[in-house]
Design a protein around this ligand. Structure first.
Ligand SMILES: [Cu+2]
Length: 115
């Protein structure tokens, strides 16, 4: 199976361009860490004051994340701090980023392959 492991992707309905960046590279198993999420419009303007929620899990195992990661800080310029990230196993994980920017809601799914 060919997984798209891009860390910058358009959202499902092309409302946003979203980038994710782990503070921990490579990502270690069972280690709590933070990520930064960056949200732009398709023409490159930062999306400020969005409400972002995260759902993660392993599609092949039907389980979610061992923690409930949350955006805890708006860093400005369309950047958001996501805290409480932790992965409990190696393998394929999905991270679904749901973005509510008031006039637009959309979501984007990132694939991670942890070794
Ligand atoms: Cu699993």
């Amino acid at each position: 199976m060919e997984l798209d492991l891009s860390t910058t992707r358009p959202s499902s309905f092309k409302k946003f361009i979203v980038s994710v960046n782990s503070s921990l590279t490579p990502i270690a198993i069972n280690k709590i860490h933070s990520w930064e999420i960056r949200v732009k419009t398709p023409d490159g303007r930062p999306v400020n004051d969005a409400t972002i929620t995260i759902i993660g899990g392993m599609p092949m195992h039907q389980h979610g994340m061992p923690t409930a990661p949350r955006v805890t800080k708006n860093l400005g310029q369309g950047r958001y701090l996501l805290e409480g990230m932790k992965f409990s196993m190696t393998g394929w994980w999905e991270l679904i980023v749901q973005i509510d920017a008031g006039s637009f809601q959309d979501n984007v799914t990132f694939n991670l392959m942890l070794r």
